[in-house]
Design a protein. Structure first.
Length: 638
C-alpha cells in the first residue's frame, strides 16, 4: 500500500522530534507551485524562535489558535529550518526572509523602497551636493533619510540658494569654460571657472554641512554678522547676497513643520488600526530637524493586534536601513529589547527602542498617531469608493463578482518601429504600479503597424508565462482584461484565450467612436471623452454608457493610464536606440574598452575606419579582439 505523505499537524509533529533546542528560523511550506525558475513550494510563513523545538511544537495541534493560524497549519506540506547562534541573529534573518519571500501568512511591509538622502560628495576638489538613493558607497557626507524625493528636491533647491554649492556632474564641471545658468540665477558660486577660490568654496561647504547637522542657528547668526559688516563697509551688493542666503535658510526651517526642541536624532513610529487595516506613520528627525514622514499600510490578518503588527513591521523596516539612535513607539512591542540589541550589534552603537511616557517625545508620538489615523481614514474612504466602483463594473458587464484584478493592455509604436505593449493593473486599492509590465514586440512576421498581431503577441506571452507561474483564481490572475481598441483587438484577445483553453477571464474592448444625434449627423460628444467610448464584449453588439456614468469615467482612467504607460515605454526604447553606440554590439568590448577606443579614435566612425594594427595599439585590445572589431564593421558594410 502507498502511504500518503504527511501534512498539517502530523508533519509538524514529525519535524519536532528532530529539532534542537536552539535559536533559529523556520519556514512553513505549502503545495508545489510552478514558477519561471522551476517548481517550488509556496512559502506560507516565516518565523523566528529562541528555542526551535518548543516554538514549532506549539503548531502540532489545531486547537487554541486563530482561524488564520489553523488554516496555515492545515495547509503545511513541508518545513525548513535554519539554526542561528543567537536569538538576535534569528530576528535579523527572519526579517530578511520575510521581505524576500513575502509569505502568505506573515505581516508584510508592502512599500519597500529606499529613502533618499542628501549627499555632499568629497571625491572632487569642489564638492558636489546632490540627491542620493541606494548604497552609500561614494566618498562624502550623507544626510537623511528624507521621507520623499520631493522633500529632498525642495531642500536641495533652497540649500543651493543659501550655500551656492554646485550640483553638476564632475564631467560637466571639468569641461566648463564659462559659468552656467545656475550661476546667473544665483544657485551656484561657479567654482568651475574660479569665480570663487577653493578656500572660499570650502567655507560654503562647511556652512552647508553645519546647517544639515542641526547647527542652523549658529550658521544664520554668523551670516547676519557678515551681512552687517558688509553693510557697514558699504559693500551693499555683498550684503544683499547674504540677506538672500539668510532668507533661504529661514525658508528651509519653516517648511519643516515640527522642529523639536530636545530630540536630536530619532525615528518615530505610530500605528492606528481600524476596519481590519492598519497605518504606520514614520517621522524622521535628524539634527534637531523634521525631515518628513511616510505612511505605510502593512498587509496582515484582520484580527491582528496593533502591537504585533508594529513589531513585525519594525524588523522588516530596518532590514537594510540605518536606524536613528532613538526609536520612539506609540505601542509597546514584544521584541523591543531584542530589536534594540540586534540593531545595536549591526550598527556598532547603542540603539534605544521605547514608548515615551511624557514630555516632548510623547507629543511627537501622539502627533504621528494622529497622522496615522487621518491617513488610514482617507485610505478606507478611498477603498470604499473603489469597492463601489468595482461593484458597478461587475453589474455593468455581467461579471459574477466585483473584479479583484483588472489588466489593461495598449500598444505603442511609430510605423511599426520600436513597438512595445504595455500592461497596467488596477484593483480595490487603485493602480498597482509594481505590477505593470512592458512587452517589447519581437515577432518579425508582423507587418508595420499590425496592431492586432501585436495584441496577440502581448497577450500570448503574458498568459503563457502566467500559466507557468500560477493558477487561475490566484492573486496574479486577472478577472477582467481590457484592451484598448475595438472588435479587431477583442478578436485577437479571444483567439489567444481559445488557443490556450482559458476560461473565466472576461474580455472587454474600449474604442473611441462617434455618437449620432437625433437628426442623424455624427458629432463629437465632449461629455464622453474625446469622441465617445464604445464598449465591446464577446458575442454582443457594441454599446455606450451614460455620459455621467462613474463606470465610464473609471474605464476612461484605466484606458488613459495604459496609453500613458505604453507611450512612455515606447519613447524610452526609442531614446535608447537613438543613443546606442555601435560598439555596444561587439562581444568583448565593455565600458572600459569602449572608453579607451573612443578616446583614441574620437568616435565610433573613427573606430570603424581603423586598421587592425591601429586597434591593437589601444590599451586592453588584444589582436584577436582587434580582428573581431575590424570584422564587425567591415562585414556590416559589405
Amino acid at each position: 500500500a502507498v502511504t500518503a505523505p504527511l501534512a498539517g499537524p502530523d508533519l509538524i509533529r514529525a519535524e519536532v522530534r528532530r529539532l534542537p533546542n536552539r535559536p533559529g528560523v523556520y519556514r512553513m511550506l505549502g503545495e508545489i507551485v510552478r514558477k519561471r525558475s522551476g517548481d517550488e513550494r509556496e512559502v506560507l510563513y516565516v518565523g523566528k524562535a529562541k528555542d526551535l523545538k518548543k516554538r514549532v511544537a506549539s503548531y502540532t495541534k489545531l486547537g487554541g489558535h486563530s482561524n488564520r493560524i489553523m488554516a496555515m497549519i492545515a495547509a503545511t506540506r513541508a518545513m525548513e529550518f535554519i539554526t542561528t547562534e543567537t536569538e538576535t541573529e534569528s530576528l535579523l534573518l527572519e526579517a530578511n526572509l520575510i521581505k524576500r519571500l513575502k509569505p502568505k501568512y506573515n505581516t508584510l511591509l508592502r512599500d519597500d523602497k529606499s529613502f533618499p538622502h542628501i549627499l555632499i560628495a568629497l571625491d572632487h576638489e569642489a564638492p558636489q551636493i546632490r540627491k542620493h538613493r541606494g548604497a552609500q558607497s561614494r566618498k562624502g557626507h550623507y544626510f537623511g533619510p528624507f521621507a520623499s524625493a520631493g522633500a529632498v528636491d525642495r531642500t536641495l533647491n533652497t540649500l543651493q540658494k543659501a550655500f551656492l554649492l554646485r550640483s553638476c556632474k564632475d564631467s560637466v564641471y571639468d569641461s566648463r569654460t564659462r559659468p552656467c545658468l545656475l550661476y546667473e540665477i544665483k544657485r551656484c558660486a561657479a567654482p568651475c571657472v574660479d569665480y570663487v577660490s577653493t578656500d572660499e568654496y570650502r567655507e560654503l561647504v562647511d556652512e552647508a554641512e553645519a546647517f544639515l547637522r542641526g547647527k542652523s542657528t549658529a550658521v544664520m547668526e554668523q551670516l547676519s554678522k557678515d551681512m552687517e559688516r558688509a553693510a557697514e563697509n558699504l559693500q551693499f551688493e555683498k550684503a544683499a547676497a547674504l540677506r538672500d542666503r539668510i532668507r533661504a535658510l529661514s525658508a528651509v526651517r519653516e517648511t519643516q513643520i515640527i522642529n523639536p526642541g530636545v530630540v536630536e536624532n530619532a525615528d518615530v513610529f505610530a500605528i492606528h488600526a481600524e476596519g481590519g487595516q492598519s497605518c504606520v506613520q514614520v517621522f524622521f528627525f535628524r539634527a534637531g530637524q523634521n525631515w518628513g514622514n511616510h505612511a505605510y499600510f502593512p498587509r496582515h490578518e484582520k484580527d491582528a493586534e496593533p502591537a504585533d503588527v508594529l513589531d513585525a513591521f519594525l524588523a522588516q523596516f530596518y532590514d537594510g536601513r540605518d536606524p536613528a539612535p532613538s526609536i520612539l513607539l506609540s505601542d509597546a512591542v514584544p521584541n523591543a529589547d531584542l530589536l534594540a540589541e540586534a540593531l545595536g550589534v549591526r550598527q556598532g552603537r547603542k540603539i534605544e527602542v521605547r514608548v515615551p511616557e511624557r514630555g516632548e517625545k510623547r507629543t511627537l508620538v501622539e502627533h504621528a498617531r494622529t497622522n496615522a489615523k487621518e491617513a488610514l481614514g482617507r485610505k478606507l474612504s478611498e477603498s470604499a469608493s473603489q469597492e463601489k466602483l468595482l461593484a458597478a463594473v461587475a453589474e455593468t458587464f455581467d461579471l459574477d463578482a466585483p473584479p479583484r484584478r483588472i489588466e489593461v493592455y495598449d500598444n505603442s509604436h511609430v510605423s511599426g518601429t520600436n513597438a512595445v505593449g504595455g500592461m497596467v493593473v488596477a484593483g480595490p486599492e487603485g493602480f498597482q504600479k509594481a505590477q505593470y509590465r512592458t512587452f517589447n514586440i519581437k515577432s518579425e512576421e508582423l507587418s508595420a503597424g499590425d496592431d492586432f498581431g501585436m495584441m496577440r503577441e502581448v497577450l500570448a506571452r503574458r498568459f503563457a508565462r502566467l500559466m507557468k507561474e500560477d493558477h487561475p483564481g490566484s492573486e496574479t490572475w486577472p478577472d477582467l482584461v481590457v484592451v484598448d481598441g475595438g472588435q479587431g483587438q477583442l478578436s485577437a484577445a479571444r483567439e489567444v484565450m481559445e488557443e490556450m483553453g482559458l476560461e473565466g477571464v472576461t474580455l472587454l474592448g474600449v474604442s473611441k467612436g462617434r455618437r449620432e444625434t437625433e437628426a442623424g449627423a455624427k458629432r463629437v460628444d465632449r461629455t464622453m471623452g474625446a469622441t465617445g467610448e464604445q464598449f465591446h464584449l464577446i458575442d454582443k453588439p457594441p454599446f455606450t454608457l451614460e455620459a455621467r456614468s462613474p463606470v465610464l469615467y473609471y474605464l476612461q482612467r484605466l484606458r488613459d493610464e495604459a496609453h500613458r504607460y505604453a507611450i512612455g515605454q515606447h519613447r524610452a526604447r526609442r531614446k535608447k536606440q537613438m543613443t546606442a553606440n555601435p560598439l555596444d554590439g561587439i562581444e568583448g568590448v565593455g565600458p572600459a574598452r569602449k572608453k579607451a577606443l573612443l578616446h583614441r579614435f574620437g568616435s565610433a566612425k573613427g573606430v570603424a575606419r581603423a586598421s587592425v594594427a591601429d586597434l591593437t595599439g589601444v590599451d586592453g585590445v588584444s589582436e584577436p579582439l582587434a580582428h573581431r572589431i575590424y570584422d564587425y564593421f567591415h562585414s556590416r558594410q559589405s
